[in-house]
Design a protein around this ligand. Structure first.
Ligand SMILES: Nc1ncnc2c1ncn2[C@@H]1O[C@H](COP(=O)(O)OP(=O)(O)OP(=O)(O)O)[C@@H](O)[C@H]1O
Ligand SMILES: [Mg+2]
Length: 496
């Protein structure tokens, strides 16, 4: 049992995990999954209830106690220091043994051994800041293993990965359980859960509502029904009328940083009523493109135009005021002020627009009403508008950002992974609101690691690889497998 002001996060939840298995936890946003895992990891304490490890009653006052008995957790938000080398991050925080400092050679050797044993490919001597998301995740897992964990908890590990990386991660998890490690993982991607899990616990409103010990006899639809009481939605393939009316134009953008080319000669346009999807393995320039459009990064050369107006000398705030909305990839870093209230957060990035302000004064009452509207329309589960953003579950934080950016009536919406971390029920609502924006004649630029979402929603698909657009595809004539092949460079478009 775990209570927060106005919420019972865990309400008599039960879970039992067999050693040496992969155990998945599923449940809608705010159902209490992360809270349960934080309790198991000692990061939070339960108000009532017990934890038993191998039959033995355990009380964890802190994460240190949990690590002590071999429990390790990989959080959804990685906690690595960018300017350290990989091996330093892995060893960081480890107590020097019997007064001796672990030598770097020995640490690197041990890391290489773990890395090859479990297929967790990383270079221990690389600078952490230069790593892609998939690599960072492997570093986090290695860090937990290095500390000798025998139970590893992963909170939504696949949310940030593209399909190929998911397969690699699952292969590593299989290796881990084969050598006796127990893996507990949370995911909203039910097909993945069915592929890799030996057992599944379904949580709803802080209670266990299902225990599946034979995953070969359950379908994603059945799981969704247990979770949310309705059937599994699909992105669909509605196509609208795309006009000749160009809203956003990107012309010959180049971006060079530390003498590395991150974007090379990128040009495309987004028309009114169109969703342009950008596919790519994380770290191939997709996010840089969005940042250049928003003015968060200055391009080395090239132009960005909104309705034929140059944005070259316009800062991010004015670009937003001019009608560009933005759903960032990292919601906690770029999308929210975690310690501020929900209504303060709905003003973020829109401080000078209605209803946040009349241009001079912040209108608190109007903001509270507006926030209430976002909460209702986007089904944000919260006790009220006065709670801080950090009190929301991950998926509900995401819904708040999506709601804020959609309701600000943008001309162009630039979205990175809009449904990341959102449960299957709420996903359908977000897809519908993106389509609604398109029907209203807005232009949308969509980056997503979810290939079904990209194919289902986009009117046109661009594929990025190493900072260049390497393919332009018709989503209706492209399968996820084909798209994946272009993303990795296994397949090349001749005409481009
Ligand atoms: N620090 C906190 N203070 C107040 N309420 C909290 C806090 N942490 C979680 N809650 C509440 O507890 C409930 C369960 O949250 P939790 O993060 O465990 O959900 P979850 O199942 O992980 O959801 P998601 O899939 O969206 O990540 C939610 O209603 C959330 O708002
Ligand atoms: Mg969570």
């Amino acid at each position: 049992m775990k209570r927060f002001p106005g919420v019972i996060a865990n309400n008599g939840v039960e879970i039992s995990v067999k050693p040496g298995t992969i155990h998945a936890i599923v449940g809608e946003n705010g159902s209490g999954k992360s809270t349960l895992m934080k309790i198991l990891y000692g990061a939070q304490q339960p108000d009532e209830g017990d934890i038993r490890i191998k039959g033995e009653l355990r009380k964890f006052k802190s994460a240190r106690d949990a690590i002590e008995v071999g429990i390790g957790m990989v959080f959804q938000h990685f906690m690595l220091a960018d300017n350290f080398l990989v091996w330093e991050n892995i060893v960081l925080g480890e107590e020097p043994r019997s007064g001796l400092t672990l030598s770097s050679d020995l640490a690197i050797k041990q890391i290489r051994e773990l890395s090859s044993k479990y297929g967790l490919a990383v270079d221990p001597e690389a600078v952490t800041g230069s790593l892609g998301v998939g690599e960072r995740q492997r570093v986090e897992i290695l860090k937990v293993l290095f500390r000798g964990a025998s139970i590893i908890i992963l909170d939504e590990p696949t949310a940030v990965l593209v399909p190929q990386e998911v397969d690699e991660l699952f292969a590593s998890l299989r290796e881990l359980v084969a050598s006796g490690v127990t893996v507990i993982f949370i995911s909203h991607k039910l097909d993945e859960v069915l592929k890799v899990a030996d057992a599944i616990t379904v949580i709803r409103a802080g209670k266990t509502v299902g225990e599946i010990t034979d995953t070969s006899h359950v379908t994603a639809v059945e799981l969704a029904t247990m979770m949310i009481g309705s059937i599994l939605p699909h992105p669909g393939t509605e196509r609208g009328v795309i006009t000749e009316d160009v809203l956003l134009e990107v012309k010959q953008i180049n971006l060079v940083r530390d003498s590395r080319s991150l974007l090379a000669d990128i040009s495309f346009a987004v028309h009114s009523g169109e969703i342009v999807g950008i596919a790519g393995v994380e770290g191939n320039g997709q996010e840089e493109i969005l940042e250049v459009i928003l003015g968060l990064q200055a391009q080395t050369s090239g132009r960005v135009l909104l309705k034929s107006i140059e944005l070259q000398h316009v800062d991010t705030r004015h670009r937003r005021d001019a009608g560009i909305s933005y759903i960032p990839a990292d919601r906690q870093r770029d999308g929210l002020m975690l310690s501020a209230t929900l209504w303060e957060n709905t003003a973020l990035g829109h401080q000078r627009q209605e209803p946040a302000s009349d241009g001079i004064w912040i209108n608190r009452a109007a903001l509270r009403t507006y926030t209430q509207k976002i909460i209702e329309k986007f089904d944000v589960r919260t006790p009220g508008v006065e709670v801080s953003a950090q009190a929301l579950s991950g998926g509900n934080q995401q819904k708040l950002i999506v709601g804020r950016e959609m309701l600000s009536s943008p001309t162009v919406l630039v979205a990175a992974h809009p449904t990341r971390g959102i449960d299957v029920g709420a996903q359908a609502a977000v897809w519908e609101s993106l389509r609604e924006a398109k029907r209203q004649g807005k232009g949308l630029l969509l980056v997503s690691a979810d290939l079904d979402e990209l194919i289902g929603l986009s009117d046109r698909l661009l594929v990025m690889l190493r900072g260049s657009i390497v393919a332009a595809l018709d989503p209706q004539a492209t399968s996820a497998a084909e798209l994946g092949a272009y993303m990795t460079g296994a397949r090349v478009q001749e005409a481009l």
